[in-house]
Design a binder for this molecule. Structure first.
Ligand code: CA
Length: 714
């Protein structure tokens, strides 16, 4: 009897769910089971307001929610519902997926968790058991930006280049495929996307030297369906047997010169944006920078180098080329076009246009006709000094003389950090504004002379970590680094894509802040590097609410509803490329573990207790090192160490106790004693005496830091 009653209740609930979805049109009934997302449900994601079914909420990736329970009149009552502490201090970049009350998300080191979205109770955790030493190939931290969910399975790409399908109910692995040549410095940090029983994944590694591509796999079996390479390979190797073969030879190869490009892979990794445009039966992907960065060394300073720094449209079923739009021809600054691609229908000059919008690294906001890839408009959304503007007829940039640093170093804004990185932007159809986490970050680019290839390490052909003397900058490397760091800032921009003008802006004293979420409650949410999670009035930018999470917030926030209650959730945990490479003067303490935090109106949840732990005091050795040792060490420190140890994410080596112990230092740097923590052995790159030079240089720096701190400096 009881069982019958339960069955009746289930049927009634099912009927309710059907009724609730009826606005979504034919085929919008909710499929059965856990993690039940199919094509019909994904296509109707916009009317499924309770859930956040895919990375950007819908295929259009506007990150706009129609939910209004939390709005600009009651936001003051928003407080934590729950928080889940994660197992690491490394960066957290994922956008969670929520399906019928369960949250699925990835965390640093490509782990995956399933969580009760109303209570924060962890249901399972999946650990792909990465090789820790792989962290040395991760340009931008061992982060992961999210999972895809489809018909009872959860998909994640791993830092060591696998794509794994996980049973959504049990958290157990169903299948796993290796999607890259693991001998090369490929990594995966991006979120997979699913459509029509295919799961898409790209990869990263263009800073170190790889050839970019994107692959579609069968969601059930993991079988490869198609692959598209974004740049041509070694001409002697012949065709790849991939969907890209014909178009690469016809259109792309003639835009490349010399041999260096294929020796280093050429770059063009597809590490973030992939959008399924069902209406036009196409897939839009964002393509990354060149490898090496420097066009002069990559392609003899000639040619557009297709399809680097482009938005590419592919046939979703076959992977064949449809059209492309190249943002930066002959890319030479690490200006990727991998940033989020957002689909919309906008009224421009009185006509409805089907557009793709992107705010790529180069500082210009692009509106492209997504029916054919033709340029519509582009204006700067942030400060930039490399271009006069974009030719409004051809869509090609008009570069300033000297911006390519061919003959002398150039201080360029934005740097390869970008005027906008991976942090998602959002678009509110109600205000007509795009909310962009924008940045101002300078870099002195200078031609690396001589250009040496270091296999498996950073290969940019640009000297940038040790800025050379330039008029107006201090005499010492450290002085110049500090001066450049003093120039950085950020802002939250509410940008009108139709008029190509900013409507309002919130200034930030530091770049590298969080992704944004827009809601029909007239709200925009954004986290900051300072650990604040904030809400603004979407129409006028008035600050309405803030909550201190005690760790930097970078990830894209989401909102969803369970049992009639609306939640806003975000992952907190500072890291990523800038977190590894660049100092944060305001972060005086050690970083705490990351969190997933969910908020609701009048929530009574608590965050784990936070006790600030100051960074260790420098304790340099009193050994005498020679100036030659220190000079050698400086060179190798900037070649191999700074990029991962310049920011708060990884240990500050000036404060390391290892500096006093020659043998222990050698065991870590050469012997790989800490490789499972992410510190790989550098025995293939450094001789023992060079590692000892690094210890000499760091001891020197530690002494300076100690003296500075004794004087009350930072
Ligand atoms: Ca890059």
């Amino acid at each position: 009897m009881a069982r019958q009653a339960a069955h009746f209740a289930m049927v009634a609930l099912g009927a309710l769910a059907l009724a609730g979805c009826s606005g979504g049109g034919a085929g919008s009934s909710k499929p059965d089971g856990v993690a039940a997302i199919d094509q019909a449900r994904l296509d109707n994601a916009d009317s499924d307001a309770d859930n956040w079914l895919t990375y950007g909420r819908t295929n259009a990736e506007q990150r706009f929610s129609p939910l209004t329970q939390i709005n600009d009149t009651n936001i003051g009552e928003l407080s934590p519902a729950w928080a889940l502490e994660l197992d690491t201090t490394r960066g957290q970049e994922a956008t969670p997926i929520v399906v019928d009350g369960i949250m699925y998300t990835s965390t640093a080191w490509s782990k995956v968790v399933a969580v009760d979205a109303a209570t924060g109770k962890q249901l399972w955790q999946f650990d792909p058991q990465n090789d820790g030493a792989k962290a040395a190939h991760a340009c931008c931290d061992v982060v992961n930006r999210g999972v895809a969910v489809w018909k009872g399975k959860v998909y994640v790409g791993t830092i060591d280049g696998r794509l794994i399908a996980i049973d959504a109910k049990t958290g157990k692995q169903v299948w796993s495929v290796v999607t890259v040549d693991q001998k090369k410095p490929y990594t995966i940090t991006g979120a997979p996307r699913v459509f029509k029983d295919k799961v898409l994944i790209g990869n990263s590694g263009a800073e170190l030297g790889v050839r970019g591509y994107i692959t579609a796999y069968d969601t059930e079996t993991g079988k490869l369906v198609w692959r598209f390479y974004t740049v041509p390979g070694n001409p002697k190797d012949g065709p790849d047997g991939a969907a890209s073969d014909d178009i690469l030879e016809k259109l792309a190869r003639p835009t490349w010169y010399g041999d260096n490009y294929w020796k280093l892979g050429g770059g063009g990794t597809v590490w973030d944006s992939m959008v399924y445009d069902k209406e036009l039966n196409q897939l839009l992907i964002g393509v990354g920078n060149g490898s090496p960065w420097n066009h002069k060394w990559r392609s003899a300073g000639k040619g557009d180098n297709l399809f680097l720094s482009s938005i590419l449209a592919l046939d979703p079923d076959t992977g064949k080329y449809k059209w492309h739009y190249q943002v930066n021809p002959g890319e030479t600054w690490d200006y990727t076009a991998t940033q989020q691609i957002m689909l919309a229908d906008l009224k421009i000059d009185g006509k409805m246009r089907k557009v793709a919008m992107q705010a790529p690294k180069n500082g210009f906001f692009y509106v492209i006709d997504r029916t054919n890839g033709k340029f519509i408009s582009a204006q700067p959304y942030a400060y930039q000094n490399w271009a006069v503007g974009i030719d409004q007829k051809t869509g090609r940039p008009i570069e300033k003389p000297g911006a390519r640093y061919e003959n002398s170093p150039a201080l360029i804004i934005p740097s390869g950090i970008g005027a906008h990185a991976w942090m998602p932007m959002s678009y509110s159809p109600k205000t007509g504004l795009v909310y962009i986490p924008a940045m101002e970050h300078p870099l002195v680019y200078s031609d690396a002379k001589p250009f040496e290839i270091h296999p498996g390490r950073w290969n940019t052909a640009v000297s940038f970590l040790d800025p050379p003397k330039l008029p107006g900058l201090p005499d010492t490397i450290e002085g110049r680094r500090k001066a450049l760091e003093g120039m950085v800032k950020g802002k939250l921009v509410a940008y009108d894509p139709v008029t190509q003008k900013s409507k309002w802006e919130i200034k930030r004293d530091w770049p590298w802040n969080g992704g944004t979420l827009a809601t029909a409650g007239n709200l925009v949410f954004e986290g900051t590097a300072h650990g604040e999670f904030e809400a603004y009035s979407a129409d006028n930018g008035k600050k309405l609410w803030a909550f201190q999470t005690n760790r930097g917030v970078l990830a894209g926030p989401i909102t969803y509803r369970v049992n009639g209650e609306q939640y806003v959730a975000v992952m907190a945990g500072y890291g990523g490329s800038m977190g590894m490479a660049s100092g944060t003067p305001f972060m005086k303490n050690k970083m705490p573990n990351g969190l997933i935090i969910a908020f609701k109106l009048k929530g009574t949840g608590k965050l784990p207790a936070y006790t600030p732990i100051p960074k260790d005091k420098p304790t340099p050795s009193d050994e005498a090192f020679t100036p030659a040792q220190i000079a050698t060490g400086q060179k190798f420190f900037f070649t191999y160490c700074q990029i991962c140890h310049g920011g708060p994410v990884n240990p500050d080596l000036k404060r390391s106790a290892l500096l006093r112990d020659k043998d222990a230092f050698q065991q870590v740097v050469i012997g790989g004693a800490l490789s499972q923590n992410g510190m790989a052995s550098f025995k293939d790159y450094l001789k023992p005496e060079e590692a000892e030079g690094i210890r000499a240089y760091l001891n020197q720096r530690a002494k300076e830091l100690l003296a500075e701190e004794a004087k009350g400096g930072k």
